[in-house]
Design a protein around this ligand. Structure first.
Ligand code: COA
Length: 382
């Protein structure tokens, strides 16, 4: 067997079977456990979607109530972990703090990934879904030299997070939009971070170690970090009228336009339509459409330039509009990727549970192309 360059990055390699996320890259379809992301964004909530991902089915009314109750009960962090959130230097990126805290939480949890029965591991997964918002808000408040705000069990998952972050309970419309963002980011099949989580879990390492690996993978600008880079990009452009020359400059320097292109989709990412619509609505409501207009112009010029170069499959991805939307919700730019993680924890956990149901350690091969049969030369002779 030899290496086929087209498969670099495991592209087009089917690594396993899965019942969790489905993507049709040509038609632009994304579904979780058989429900399209549009259906879930319209009718479901992040909590219900998390139940769907973790248990494989939509909950009944009483199951949803019990699940919600369990999440609300598990939002607190162990006291020593809470202390740790205050120990990072102010310049630490919130993704680094999140990754470190999740790794540390492993020390406070009996969590061998191979935990039997499966219910114990599932409980640990639910705890992480409940605790991620608290970790992110606590680290951010500590970084901003503000005091920690305790989780409020009277508030739903999304409202509670925004209240812990900002100190203000959000209005119902903002909380709903934020919740839809979480639904849209909850799952995406064998992407880099989910695959990382599955690879670590396949060694029968701990749940926290697997999730820590996934967070590290999501941090990269070619994956979850792109939403933050999109905002840095539009901050460089003072006026939508400057987009044309700015994009042409990027192309001339062979730099990528963040938020455009996708390793899988060859059409516009289905999530980006919903995010774009929400951004449009909130921009109108807040009488602040500059970022939206800038993004639409970047999309137009990038598509035109790509097409000139014979590339018709570079479209806005999930990160293109999400950052500007979060910005209008007064969420700091550095938190965009942690918010992605706060949603994706449900997908990661579902995949780790699935991996362990029928596990085999990951061990791909490579084509060795380095030298061979070298003679060892003593260090004094080199
Ligand atoms: C997502 C991404 C990594 C997909 O990568 P990929 O399928 O491996 O595609 P490549 O990076 O190999 O790009 C293929 C070609 O399209 C071009 N291209 C792809 N995305 C581009 C972008 N956003 N801006 C400019 N050119 C782009 C590449 O320069 C490359 O051109 P070449 O063949 O002349 O070298 C890539 O599109 C990208 O870096 N996008 C920006 C980062 C981003 O938004 N990431 C979030 C992903 S959800």
């Amino acid at each position: 067997m030899t290496f086929n360059k087209e498969n670099k990055g495991l592209r087009d390699v089917i690594a396993d079977e899965s019942k969790i996320g489905f993507i049709d890259s040509q038609k632009g379809i994304l579904s979780y456990r058989g429900y399209t992301v549009q259906t879930l964004a319209k009718n479901s909530s992040f909590i219900e979607t998390s139940h769907l991902l973790l248990y494989g089915k939509l909950p009944t009314q009483s199951e949803l109530q019990a699940f919600d109750k369990k999440l609300r009960k598990n939002r607190d962090l162990p006291a020593n972990v809470l202390k740790m959130t205050k120990l990072f230097p102010p310049k630490a990126h919130p993704m680094v703090s999140l990754q470190t805290i999740v790794a540390a939480m492993g020390a406070f949890s009996e969590d061998p990934a191979a935990a039997k029965p499966r219910e114990i591991l599932l409980d640990r997964c639910i705890e992480l879904v409940a605790q991620f918002p608290t970790i992110i808000a606590a680290c951010w408040r500590a970084k901003s030299k503000k005091s920690f705000i305790k989780p409020n069990p009277k508030l739903d998952h999304s409202s509670n997070f925004l209240a812990m972050l900002t100190g203000k309970v959000p209005d119902a419309e903002t909380a709903k939009m934020f919740d839809v963002c979480l639904v849209l980011h909850a799952e995406h099949s064998f992407n880099a971070s989910t695959f990382t989580g599955r690879v670590v879990a396949s060694t029968l390492s701990s749940l926290h170690a697997s999730i820590t690996g996934a967070i590290g993978s999501l941090y990269g600008p070619l994956h979850g970090g792109a939403n933050e880079k999109v905002l840095q990009m539009i901050a460089e452009i003072k006026n939508p009228a400057d987009v044309e020359s700015w994009v042409l400059g990027k192309f001339a320097r062979k730099e990528k336009i963040m938020g455009m292109g996708h390793p899988i989709y060859q059409v516009k990412d289905p999530r980006s339509y919903i995010l774009e619509e929400m951004l449009k609505q909130l921009s109108q409501k807040k009488h602040n459409s500059k970022d939206y207009e800038t993004l639409k112009k970047i999309e137009e010029v990038t598509r035109r330039e790509m097409e000139k170069r014979g590339k018709t499959d570079v479209w806005p991805n999930v990160d293109f509009f999400s950052g500007a939307l979060y910005k209008l919700m007064d969420i700091p730019v550095e938190l965009f990727t942690p918010l992605f993680a706060m949603a994706r924890i449900s997908g990661w956990a579902a995949h780790i549970l699935e991996q362990l149901e029928d596990n085999r350690i990951y061990r791909p091969d490579c084509d060795y192309v380095g030298p061979s049969n070298l003679s060892y030369v003593d260090i004094s002779q080199r």
